[in-house]
Design a protein around this ligand. Sequence first.
Ligand SMILES: [Zn+2]
Ligand SMILES: [Zn+2]
Length: 241
Amino acid sequence: MRGIAVNNITGCLICGRPLVYARGTVRKRCRVCGGMFDADAYCAGGHYVCDACHAGGSMSVVRAVCMAAETDDPYEIALEIMRSPAVHMHGPEHHVLIGAALAVAYCRASGRTKLLGRYLDTIEKRGKKVPGGTCGFWGACGAALGAGIFLSVVTDSSPLATDVHGLCNRLTARCLAAIGELGGPRCCKRNVGLALRETVAFVRENLGVSMREPQILCEFHELNSECIGARCPFSRSVITG
Ligand SMILES: [Zn+2]
Ligand SMILES: [Zn+2]
């Protein structure tokens, strides 16, 4: 499992753009925690992230993007998080970001935005327990487990639940089937896309909540030395060819 190294991030944690150093200090609001700070540096896009939140790495990015998002398209949210330099090409941070992106889209599509903060807390706590490499070592990709965590949280499932217990396990199974159909090697971006697509359809069919249908075109393939190319449903060559 790769650690989440944040100390070597030189650009903006949110968007990756270079930091601009202010002449003297300026009062800025932290994009993650909302606190006001005397800032020496912020990005060209105006984002400022305080030191404590910067140390939180990818989890701070998940929180910042999710709390500011105004869309019910879960891929748009996941994409903004995945573009951050704090998120690796592959890594266990995807096990949290997928559930968080789904929670935002679900809350927006169903009018439950007041519950979002609580959902995100639980999704982060549970998703962080899923280590990297489960796709190969456990026979269960963490992106699918992250989708299962999302549904368990928003339906208030538990080991003693009846209907929703089955519902959540069926969703995870459906995501795993889509992921397993393509085979390896692993790609966290591909599996996030596949699990999001299945979850949007599943939630519409079973809960009657319509999140926006994600339109996915991979922009990460050059960073992935094990990319399966035209075999990937999100590859440019398939779409343009
Ligand atoms: Zn920025
Ligand atoms: Zn902060």
